[in-house]
Design a protein. Sequence first.
Length: 357
Amino acid sequence: MHRRTLLFGALPMMAIAAPGNELLDTLSQHLDLLIENGEVVKLDGKDADATTAIAYHRIANITGNAKFKKAALQLSERIVKAMRESAVGLLDIKEWGPDKIMYGAPPPLGWYGGYASLLLGGAGRIDDAQFIAGVLDRYPWYEKAGWWATSADVRNNKPLEPLDSPGIINKCCGMAFACGVASELVAKADPPLAARLRAKTQRCIENTIAAQHPDGYWNYKYAGTEPKSKDTVGYFMLTTNFMIRLRELAPSYRQPGFDKMLAKAGAFAMKEIAPMTSPNQGKAPSRPIGGKTPERYDPSEAPKRSYQLSSILAHGKYKAEASKILAHALPTFPKGNRGQFASQCVEPASMAAVLLA
């Protein structure tokens, strides 16, 4: 079965819905706790609606739970409503600079732009998908180098830093994911829009392939010294997860170079990140990395990292290691949490559930 069908077809993979599946049971319990009187509760966090929506959709496809399918659409409708009410379609992230300018930006824009367009478009709401695609298309893009702005003013869409400043790879890959998914959804409704999104996505893929080190690692800003203030191994995992989502959800972008890139990233994750992730007892990679990368990732301190890594390992066919790390993390899953703390866990964990099936 084609993996896109696994993610978005009608009731696939029923085999893993059996009692005793700890991953599926944990995610189902968490998602059920977020529904009250038939409605998803208010979620706090810059991309919580989007990342929780896709988790509802994935688990609904696995279990056949119609309540979860409805919840996924509810959250997607909240996202597009808020986008339509925004001056330029960007949702608020946080204030920037001495003038406290409210900005919008990826990675959140990647998550909500990609998943809201996917879920609404899949429900036949092509007008909404096309609107979101237009927001993505208008987000500031630096054609000369092939990257997106790190942030933009939510009032007028103007970049808050010079466009020729070095691009940040996880932000660009988040935009590539969203633009790639949207380009496929609107290809028939608006071919010129789809073509523009596709060209930007392809350019980002080429830049990302070119920037990858022989061991599979990516620098935070494509090249140069790694920042002392960043957990760059964590951002490596975020970048890889975005590229995995692009490959899985926008099949027309698959190509040998892309697959080779993801295989190298998966191998780096297995060799260098799995050992430093609980329950393993290894240390951080010996290669130059950011100063905020911890010696070890433990779910009691940074739970999202265990799930992000599991998703990468499962995609790379390192399923035994992915399952071991998941089994260690799941007892402390933040079930019922209504914020970013849980939403950043449930998205990669639900992706792992699909990939491990």
